[in-house]
Ligand binder design. Sequence first.
Ligand SMILES: Nc1ncnc2c1ncn2[C@@H]1O[C@H](COP(=O)(O)OP(=O)(O)OP(=O)(O)O)[C@@H](O)[C@H]1O
Ligand SMILES: [Mg+2]
Length: 308
Amino acid sequence: MKWRGSLRERCLLRAVQICNIISVSAAFFQGNFTVPKTEKTAKRTGPEANHAVKMAIREASKSYQTRSGAVHALDKVSLDVREGEFLCILGPSGCGKTTLLWSMAGLHTLSSGDIRLGNEPITKPHPEIAMIFQDANLLPWRNLAKNIELPFELKRRPPDRARIDKLLERVGLAGFENKFPRELSGGMQQRASIVRSLSVDPSVLLMDEPFGALDAFTRDEMNLLIQEIWMETRKTIAFVTHSISEAIFLADRVAVMSARPGRIAEIYDIDIPRPRAIDIQTEPDFIKQVLDIKSRIEHGRGAKVAIT
Ligand SMILES: Nc1ncnc2c1ncn2[C@@H]1O[C@H](COP(=O)(O)OP(=O)(O)OP(=O)(O)O)[C@@H](O)[C@H]1O
Ligand SMILES: [Mg+2]
């Protein structure tokens, strides 16, 4: 399929490509988007229980060269992201969370160390790795359907309509295909960006504070939605957030980073059965876990993280 956009659109798309604002991942979906027959409330067992490693980060360091000198963002970060797990990464502002995630997406080059997907070193964007940002990054002059089809166009492949339709239905956006981003709420836009990322069926989803700009109620809704999607697809998810409760609510494990230069300070196992209801966040055990992590962060060089 040959894509025929206007010159302006093509230039902007090129910029989008170059900047890697959206993932151009295109490992096309082979099967159906169905709910696997797994127990939904019991603790997880199966392949993830033996901790197969999906992405291995080894001694990853990153310094940015700036006019005022080098900024040491990451310092020898080593972390395994396990197959099918929901890993949340928490840490104070500026500790290198985005740097780490962009490096995992192949959008940044490390100064030293390496990141692998299986045995494959990640040095550039990979079709199995998709990224979702705080801003939904929808192109304002394209309607919802055209925004979602963008990764397919960039790869000059026909869109997987069956999968897109199922995903739109799944996130409650069926019927909104002709709407433009300005006609959608922030939550709807972010749902569209989730559909766009999942439409090309990546095996790893990297999310950088994807719900940080949403109001509290919409954020709760999105947390429930992403929990359901994860339970249905068992994608490997690495999710950066500032919110300790959001991290505990969503994660199998929470990796806490130290203040810059970022290191992994601690990893917490979160042993709460799924599906998790929003109101577990008011339970004493949950609050205790929030306070434990908060105090761990506060012991690391004056870091500040919101408790929400
Ligand atoms: N392109 C860049 N050039 C120079 N310095 C950078 C660049 N990107 C990030 N930094 C610096 O690297 C450090 C880590 O930044 P990064 O964005 O990874 O932090 P973060 O943990 O994601 O912060 P936040 O929670 O505020 O999003 C910061 O000191 C930041 O100023
Ligand atoms: Mg960031």
